[in-house]
Design a protein around this ligand. Structure first.
Ligand SMILES: [Fe+2]
Ligand SMILES: [Fe+2]
Length: 464
């Protein structure tokens, strides 16, 4: 039994830098733990051999990617060293793993931070209550842009003044006080990007945030206003899910956002005005590129002979969901724009961004598995949206061996990204589309990809 006043020291071995960081942060936050994080078994095993003591070892069961050595599975190496050194340190393994000799706890491959935290508590013989006080700082930050669709403070709202003597928090909005997006924009123009909520009022705030945003979304507006409002909610929903995972409260809001994207596309008499509005670069790039893919798909999907009538509705809904979630882990516009390994190499990314981009499709697919009432096969389309079957990296050569809807999404996304990069004034949309088509014809020679390029061409130049 460990005294909670003592520091908990955890050895973490996780090949992916970005996943490792997420786990590290969560362990630090939940247990105030001292986390030693390595990407290979070798470094971790060395520490144990040298006699370094840990309260717990947490490893992913995956092969070590060391070039000149035979494949060695990480978890097995730790079981061996624990056995060899007769250590009593508990071991938690993430992923599929079987070993008859030793005891260890297992976390499913569908990585859930909650599950890890629960097992850590169990392995250390501790209770959740011992750590309640560590959960959140006294003041919790929320970006001002997350307040765009609210109009009334669900609790007192603070701003932070940074002083030499320490941070000072000053109340800016009282509980129940009204405000609007113009007020918020003024704050942002003055350089105030974050508001703060008292830890004890976090729940009240989150409830207010979701309720007010949802009811605001449902108000009647014209097309242009609607696209902006849905954009605000898109940013809010994706930010929150990226950082906190999918929680029951946000689902109604996310559902409504996706429903509105789909409805607007279906209801627009002509797509022109909608597409032109999406060229407005005051809205987030991630939203504009996702929406553009969905809007273009509306015209293209019926040509794919995947179904008629009501099935078209289901197909469009799927594409809208894929568009919403596929790049959820990419916050940076620069990363969203990369769609090949050549571009990735040319971008001069730091190791963290490299890892993030490399795994974003796979991670998004894992996240979406926790979403309720998920249309069939949606996680697969997300995983393969860059044309690789396991969702890691970009393809060396294009393959027809992935989901047909992933192929469709990939080509349409490529087209959408090119339109946005050429854009210029909205009146130029028709020309931008023609320009954007050219590289596609070169790039996609395989028949299954080619078919979509041909349909894009027919869409741009309708036969008289
Ligand atoms: Fe994308
Ligand atoms: Fe992507």
């Amino acid at each position: 039994m460990i005294n909670t006043m003592e520091n908990i020291k955890i050895l973490l071995v996780e090949p992916s830098e970005s996943i490792g960081e997420v786990i590290t942060k969560s362990l630090q936050r939940a247990f105030n733990a001292n986390v030693v994080f390595h990407r290979t078994a070798l470094e971790g095993v060395e520490r144990l051999k040298k006699g370094e003591a840990f309260s717990l070892i947490l490893v992913r069961n995956q092969s070590d990617e060391a070039p000149n050595t035979a494949i060695d599975y990480i978890a097995a190496q730790f079981l061996n060293i624990i056995y060899d050194l007769s250590l009593k340190t508990p071991l938690i393994v993430i992923g599929e793993f079987e070993h008859t000799l030793k005891k260890y706890a297992l976390v499913s491959e569908r990585l859930r931070i909650e599950e890890i935290n629960r097992l850590v508590l169990k392995a250390l013989g501790l209770k959740k209550e011992d750590f309640e006080h560590l959960k959140l700082p006294e003041f919790v930050a929320f970006p001002v842009k997350h307040f765009y669709l609210m109009s009334n403070s669900p609790c007192d709202i603070y701003i932070k003044l940074v002083k030499k003597t320490g941070d000072d928090f000053v109340k800016r909005l009282n509980f129940g006080e009204n405000f609007n997006k113009t007020d918020l924009k003024t704050y942002e123009e003055l350089g105030l990007l974050d508001f703060y909520i008292l830890r004890d009022e976090y729940e009240d705030f989150m409830n207010g945030l979701f309720l007010q945003t949802l009811s605001n979304l449902k108000k009647t507006r014209n097309l242009e206003e609607n696209i902006e409002v849905v954009g605000d909610s898109f940013v809010l929903g994706t930010d929150l899910m990226r950082n906190l995972g999918i929680n029951a409260n946000c689902i109604a809001m996310v559902d409504q956002t996706i429903f509105m994207m789909k409805n607007q596309i279906q209801k627009a008499d002509k797509l022109g005005p909608l597409l032109r509005k999406l060229l407005d670069d005051k809205m987030s790039y991630s939203y504009r590129h996702s929406y553009l893919i969905a809007a273009l798909s509306y015209t293209l999907l019926p040509k794919m002979e995947w179904g008629s009538g009501d099935q078209q509705n289901i197909l469009l809904e799927k594409i809208c969901m894929v568009s919403y979630f596929h790049d959820i882990y990419l916050e940076d516009e620069k990363l969203i724009k990369i769609s090949s390994s050549e571009e990735m190499k040319a971008a001069g990314l730091n190791p963290k961004d490299w890892d993030l981009l490399n795994h974003h499709a796979n991670r998004a697919a894992v996240l979406i598995q926790g979403y309720p009432r998920l249309p069939q096969g949606l996680d697969l389309i997300i995983k393969q949206h860059h044309g690789v079957s396991n969702g890691v990296g970009f393809p060396v050569v294009l393959t027809a061996g992935i989901s047909p809807m992933a192929i469709f999404f990939m080509v349409v996304e490529d087209f959408a990204n090119s339109i946005l990069s050429i854009a210029g004034p909205p009146e130029n949309l028709a020309n931008s589309m023609k320009e954007a088509l050219k590289p596609l014809k070169e790039k996609y020679q395989l028949p299954s990809y080619r078919k979509i390029v041909t349909e894009i061409e027919n869409m741009i130049n309708p036969k008289k």
